[in-house]
Design a protein around this ligand. Structure first.
Ligand code: AMP
Length: 365
């Protein structure tokens, strides 16, 4: 079996690494050379809308997947006429546009923050009056890691936000005074089998994921079941195949959907060591038509991102709970260059060790 992967970042790299034990050969499509993923598998150099490069990928692949959600939808559809492409192009379409995404959640009865589409300044003022402050103004497309957003707390902020972002399609959302952010990784196989990982607690700094804890502490069963049920509505509606990630705000007993990513996710790295099957292996199994593996957590895990630069391996691994992952990327501000997962036997041990781990792995920059 040959798997084509669109995108050569660390997610593509970890998908490719999960292919090896399954006897699947991975080929990555990525414009440059020497990318994180192309260091560990075959590589086709080309832009994501270059038909010649896409044709080469078709020839090298029995099935194609992608590692980021801004793959041009036309490329995914063009490929899908020639080779199976999972997840489906419609999942890309929905998740590339924040307004379409929120409407999609709403159509499935999944709660979201209040939101309104903004095309012009009049819409903006009407939406601010309607939704009230505080609120968050976001670009509808190509926002990631908190980019293309402005929090509005006062009327003066509203003017500044409009100056910064106005002139393109936007969405205004009510600001959720959330207790914490959670994410859910779910996977659906080609036969419709669904497996769901436990809910994960995430801390973002400057819009970039800093730390994930799994399973999310002090959760109660009901919230996890509700999130899994919401996920299965999305997976079924899209006739989805592969890993899907949904990011949530927890506000007391409320669970509000923030966004979804039709791909493996940074908050799902911990299962490489911390669950019975990693998200990457389950993604490869799903898209290749293989049965899925169990997603139960084994003990509790904390994952920290290395942003900008990574500490020396010697220092990280001096901690016997630590498992280090480096992505083969050079140091650069704001760049995710690696992560570490620390494992504890159970939730109590994790809580006991967390202050020490937090101190050992502060947010880089
Ligand atoms: P996003 O790119 O939509 O995931 O937003 C990045 C981060 O901004 C989120 O992880 C939240 O911390 C924060 N954020 C986004 N939308 C809202 C909202 N409606 N209310 C409160 N915080 C938000």
């Amino acid at each position: 079996m040959n798997l084509g992967i669109i995108g050569g970042g660390q997610l593509g790299r970890m998908i490719a690494m999960a292919c090896y034990p399954l006897g699947v050969r991975a080929t990555v499509l990525e414009p440059g050379s020497g990318s994180s993923a192309s260091q560990v598998c075959d590589h086709i150099a080309g832009e994501f809308d270059d038909l010649q490069a896409l044709y080469k990928l078709v020839q090298a692949s029995d099935v194609v997947t992608f590692e980021f959600e801004n793959v041009p939808v036309e490329s995914a559809r063009w490929l899908a006429e020639r080779v199976p492409v999972f997840p489906p192009a419609r999942a890309l379409e929905v998740s590339q546009e924040r307004f379409a995404e929120k409407q999609f959640f709403q159509s499935l009865g999944i709660p979201t923050p209040p939101f309104a589409a903004i095309e012009n300044e009049a819409d903006f003022h009407a939406a601010v009056a309607d939704i009230g402050l505080p609120a968050v103004l976001k670009t509808r497309r190509f926002g990631y890691d908190g980019k293309g957003q402005a929090v509005i707390r006062t009327p003066a902020d509203a003017d500044a936000a409009w100056q910064k972002l106005g002139g393109r399609p936007l969405i205004l959302e009510g600001f959720v005074p959330f207790d914490r952010e959670l994410s859910l990784i779910a996977v659906r196989g080609r036969t419709g089998q669904i497996v769901t990982y436990p809910l994960i607690e995430n801390v973002h700094i400057d819009g970039i994921l800093h730390r994930s804890i799994a399973p999310a502490p002090n959760l109660g069963e009901e919230l996890g079941e509700r999130a899994a049920e919401f996920a299965s509505r999305i997976l079924t509606e899209l006739n989805y195949v592969g890993v899907l990630t949904i990011e949530w705000f927890q506000d007391g007993p409320r669970l509000l959907a923030n966004e979804m990513a039709p791909r493996v996710h940074n908050s799902g790295h911990w299962p490489i060591e911390g669950a019975l099957t990693s998200q990457f292996e389950n993604h490869v199994r799903a898209v290749c038509g293989l049965p899925l593996g169990r997603a139960d957590a084994v003990g509790s895990s904390a994952m920290y991102n290395f942003i900008g630069t990574a500490p020396p391996a010697l220092a990280v691994l001096a901690n016997p709970d630590a498992h280090l992952h480096l992505y083969g990327k050079s140091a650069r501000p704001w760049r995710k260059v690696g992560h570490v997962t620390l494992r504890a036997s159970n939730a109590a041990e994790l809580q006991e060790k967390l202050p020490e781990w937090d101190a050992q792995f502060p947010r880089g920059g």
